[in-house]
Design a binder for this molecule. Sequence first.
Ligand SMILES: [Fe+2]
Length: 310
Amino acid sequence: MQAGFRFAHVSDAHLPLPPGRLGGLSTFANKRSLGLLSWRRKRHAIHRPEILAALLADVAGHAPDHVVVTGDLTNIALPDEFERARAWLERVGPPDRVSVVPGNHDATVRVPWEAGLGRWQPWMSGDTPDEGTPDEGFPFVRVRGPVAFVGVSTAVPTPPLLATGRVGAAQADRLEAVLADLGRRGLFRVVLMHHAPLLVGRSWRKALSDRRRVQDAFARAGAELVLHGHHHCHQIASLPGRGAAIPVIGVGSASAAPVGRAQAAQWNQFTVERRDGAWRLSALVRGCTVDGFHTEARYALTCGRHDAAA
Ligand SMILES: [Fe+2]
């Protein structure tokens, strides 16, 4: 058994929409209609519940200390989807061992908090009781062992054909403050966000619109790791941090079938250890093939502020 604190990163489950009539005209007189069309024409064949079930079984077989889920549990943000996603989260694990942030599909249209994202609140709450509006609940902070998980919301409704995200000035200010505080406490800071905090390829249509603001917060306060989803493929990049570069790692969709040219389902396991005064991060990439899940890659990084313990 490997020492250290282990956690799994899962993203973009896109739980299946049920067949049949899903609501009346008022439900679909908005961006949802395009999303439903896309689901019925193509996406239902890509995001398969049996693949997602096999992935969760593979995760459970590795017995992580914690699981993080970086958004897009739904497809078109129907209240029924939030309820189904809550039932799925209960199968992933209890709220104190599973942390969730929302994705752009979970904000396809604005849904009242109680009927929408509020259904997942137990998995999105910080260690200290949230105060103020739901928006002010982000970023939430959960300390588990040597790791501080910092959950950021990038999910905002956008016009049709756009899948951009936004953190906003107020949340970015709070993010910088909590990262600085957690850094002073010597914790391994893992930021969770659906959208990548940098441009992936040339995909501005899917980008975080205020990524510069977030990058500035990272540069001033630092972080040891940023995890994101959204692009449905494995990505490794880095951003300048305070004293050390910050690895930025994306993962494939948790439900993508191994067919066609799309990236098949994937999850990542990370192990955090303190060695010789520095943080060591070991990663395992688990990917789906027609024969089940296998290890696609292993790598290790030394990361974090070298003066973190000072
Ligand atoms: Fe997605």
